[in-house]
Structures are given as C-alpha cells and as structure tokens.
Design a protein around this ligand. Structure first.
Ligand code: ADP
Ligand code: MG
Length: 231
C-alpha cells in the first residue's frame, strides 16, 4: 500500500471523516503539493527538539479529531523564534484547549516551519453528486469569503485550464503584478491546481478538500493549512 492509502485506511478504521492536518498535508506532499516541513510532537520536550530540527521560526498547532477550526479555539501559535517561545506556546495552547474544548482528545502538537507572510490564495475541491469532483480557486481573505470571487472547473483539469481559471477571478491582477507590486509565481499555483485535480481524481471518496491558505511568493508557493473530508 502507498502512503496515501495507508493514511486513508487508518482514518476509516478509526471511524473518522475528517483528516487531521498532518494527515491531509502528508497526502498533499505525496502528490507533489509543497507544504512547510512539520512533525507531530507528543510532549513539550519533543516539540522543542522538533523545532530545533526544523529551524526557527516555527508554528505550533493543536492536532485533535474534535477540533476542525484550530485558531477559533486558540490552537495556533505563530512566529515562535526561540526554545522559550515554543515552551510557552505549547503550554498556552494546551491550557486554552482545556478551557474551550475540555473533552477534546489531543493527538499531539504540530510543529511546523513558519512560512514568511505573503499573498494568500485558496485552492479547494468538492465532490458533487451530479458532476463529480470540481476544483475551486480564489484569493484568500475577503476575496473568496466575502465577495465570493472564485472560479470553478469540473475535474480533471490540465495546466491550460488551471491557468485560465486563475485568470477568471477578478483579483487576478494581484497575482499578475500591478504598479510596483511584483508578479507572484502563478506557475507554482498552476502546479498546485493540477496536483489537486490528480489527488481528487485518484481518490474518489474525498468529499471536500480545502487548501486554505496557500501562500504564494515571487518564487514558489506553499500550503500552510490543509483539510480533507471523506464521504
Ligand atoms: P485554522 O484551523 O484556524 O484554519 P490554520 O492552520 O489555517 O488554522 O492557521 C491559521 C492561520 O495562521 C493561517 O490562516 C495562516 O495565516 C497562519 N499560518 C498557519 N500555519 C502557518 C505556517 N506554517 N506558516 C505561516 N503562517 C501560518
Ligand atoms: Mg486554515
């Protein structure tokens, strides 16, 4: 069995529908979708060891099957620059979770490379009972969520279709570059869109996939949060 089937059968065996962030990211990585390096720590000392291995600054996040929106419950700590920062963040996350989600089972704490801030985009996939898998693209923040500036395509999509769908969103000039804003790496986004299409086409039982946000740079792009829901 390959890595992806191993993860998916473990999730099914445990009777879960939602993948944990490290599971979703491992699947993304198996399809060539870039993600920051990460490890799941089981205790505070391990979190510190992993942070040093990954390199500062790092991010810590709660990993729990009962917690879907991690920052809503105080489960995300960004830009941790030292061992001391990691120690404090680790304790703070666990105590906030104990207060806001007392019953939640904590699988561990995700220690992740901190991606430099940049323009955020969203890549999604959703399975429709009639049309099958479709792929969504939009810019992050208010663009996708408030003004609904997103583009859809029925999967599978190739590079040309991915590029075309990107140019359809009204916010596209932000990616293409304008005035003194440099152009961002749209080729890297095209590659992520095509890889996402491959991922959902080869795994028919995926109901929803949400790469939100994807940070895009002048060179490269990386997926800092990934959610996958099974049928
Ligand atoms: P949530 O479950 O609340 O959506 P996220 O994993 O998306 O949690 O984290 C919340 C926000 O923190 C993200 O939208 C992003 O802006 C930032 N973030 C998360 N992980 C990273 C990372 N590895 N590097 C940089 N920023 C990150
Ligand atoms: Mg998120």
């Amino acid at each position: 069995m390959n890595e992806v089937s191993v993860i998916l059968s473990k999730v099914r065996d445990e009777g879960r529908k939602a993948l944990l962030e490290p599971e979703a990211k491992s699947i993304c990585r198996a399809y060539g979708i870039p993600v920051p390096s990460f490890k799941v720590a089981k205790n505070e000392d391990q979190a510190i060891t992993f942070a040093a291995e990954i390199g500062f600054p790092v991010v810590l996040k709660i990993v729990s099957p009962q917690i879907i929106h991690k920052s809503d419950v105080g489960g995300v700590e960004l830009n941790l620059k030292t061992i001391e920062d990691v120690r404090i963040a680790y304790r703070n996350i666990l105590s906030r979770i104990q207060e806001s989600k007392p019953g939640a089972k904590v699988t561990g704490i995700l220690v992740q490379e901190m991606a430099p801030p940049s323009t955020e985009v969203i890549v999604g996939a959703i399975k429709d009972s009639q049309f099958g898998q479709s792929i969504m693209f939009g810019l992050g923040g208010i663009f996708a969520e408030v003004i609904d500036d997103v583009a859809f395509r029925i999967a599978p999509i190739n590079k040309e279709e991915a590029r075309l769908m990107m140019t359809e969103v009204k916010a596209y000039p932000i990616l293409k570059g304008y005035r003194n804003q440099p152009a961002l790496d749209t080729d890297a986004l095209v590659a992520i869109l095509v890889a996402t299409s491959n991922l959902v086409m080869e795994n028919e039982h995926l109901k929803e996939l949400d790469l939100n946000p994807v940070l895009v740079y002048q060179k490269g792009a990386t997926v800092v949060d990934a959610r996958i829901i099974l049928e």
